[in-house]
Design a protein around this ligand. Structure first.
Ligand code: CA
Length: 366
């Protein structure tokens, strides 16, 4: 009866006869109570604030919404596979699902960077708009399709911090020779500015800073950076996160595993990713400033802004790097154009909305 009701409702909603009837999977009709047990591997330490709790929240939500029909067990980095093997594990079907960041997979496809975020690119609000209403998700699905993966937004950190340094950054001279952990296109910019960029997972950063394997590191923002204890190994904390203005995390699902789910479980997975995507941003919005205050007041961290000439040079180099990546192939061109057009629109509108409001709010507090 339920399925009949759903069919009638769908027909009513579709409103016209030319629509194809909704196909209902025969197995689902035969056994709507089939149970699924999935493994989800992550690039984060188990239960790490925000990044690591997001997939745990996701698993709990899915289990509740499906009344236990889809159970998901979450593994931290290194528990089942290392942080940077999440993509391969899910792609090859070793696990059904993963949580990480698309820009860790530039070795697979350079265009993955667009789905975490690019230097001086979209902020959190904008990347969510682009993904869900600006064609971004379709392009992401197209990029991941050959890898047998279905991607979903998996959280957003908001604007990150520029990172932790043991020397002050007064000019581009201070970037020369600097060995910094910074992934994505931001890393390429640092390299072109005369530094060396490396990518390594979060759980290796503290020791790498402590032993001098790297001179500087970026991670996320105060809430996450405090948790990793960078204030014990670096003196200066720089802003703004020019390289990661609203980094989007990702959930990836093995296409075959996703396809065999009945439609209601597919919808539950989809809705739970949307919920977790927003929830992470809410958490960072609530926690970042408290953590920053603690870093400064209790740990004596010196907060610094990157000088405008340095930001200006980073902007110039970022533009070059983006231009190059945008012309590699048809798909990279389409993705880059889509992001660029969306950004121009968002900037035009945000000039008279978000930006104007921030300015008005500041002025009114005088
Ligand atoms: Ca980062």
């Amino acid at each position: 009866m339920r399925y009949l009701g759903a069919l009638i409702l769908i027909n009513l909603l579709s409103g016209c006869a030319k629509e194809e009837p909704i196909q209902i999977d025969e197995d689902t009709v035969r056994d709507p109570q089939q149970l699924f047990e999935w493994k989800l591997v992550t690039s984060w330490p188990k239960n790490f604030p925000g990044l690591g709790t997001a997939p745990e929240n996701f698993a709990r939500l899915v289990e509740r919404m499906s009344a236990g029909r889809l159970k998901i067990k979450v593994f931290g980095a290194g528990q089942l596979v290392p942080a940077f093997e999440v993509f391969d594990a899910v792609s090859q079907g070793i696990t059904e699902m993963g949580h990480g960041a698309s820009y860790y997979w530039t070795g697979k496809a350079e265009e993955t960077v667009f789905f975490t975020g690019v230097p001086f690119g979209l902020n959190a609000q904008e990347i969510n708009g682009w993904l869900h209403y600006g064609g971004g998700l379709e392009l992401w699905r197209e990029l991941y399709e050959p890898f047998n993966l279905v991607p979903f937004a998996g959280g957003n950190t908001g604007v990150q911090m520029a990172g932790w340094f043991n020397r002050e950054i007064n000019s581009m001279e201070d970037i020369k020779g600097l060995k910094m952990r910074i992934p994505g296109l931001g890393g390429e910019v640092i390299t072109r500015a005369g530094g060396t960029s490396v990518t390594m997972p979060g759980n290796e950063l503290y020791t790498s800073m402590q032993t001098g394997v790297i001179d500087a590191t970026e991670w996320v923002g105060p809430y996450n950076d405090l948790a990793l204890g960078f204030h014990q190994v670096a003196k200066y904390y720089y802003y703004p996160g020019w390289h990661e203005p609203g980094s989007m995390l990702e959930f990836i699902v093995n296409s075959d595993a996703f396809e065999i789910l009945p439609d209601d479980l597919k919808a539950i997975v989809e809705v739970a990713t949307r919920a977790v995507n927003q929830d992470m941003l809410d958490e960072y919005t609530a926690k970042n400033n408290q953590a920053l205050a603690e870093l400064i007041r209790e740990h004596g961290v010196k907060l610094r802004k990157l000088p405008e000439p340095v930001l200006s040079e980073f902007r110039k180099l970022s533009k070059q790097v983006l231009m190059e990546i945008s012309t590699r192939n048809d798909l990279s061109k389409r993705i880059a154009e889509s992001v660029q057009n969306f950004k121009e629109d968002a900037m035009t509108y945000h000039l008279i909305s978000e930006e104007a409001y921030y300015q008005a709010r500041r002025a009114s507090s005088d």
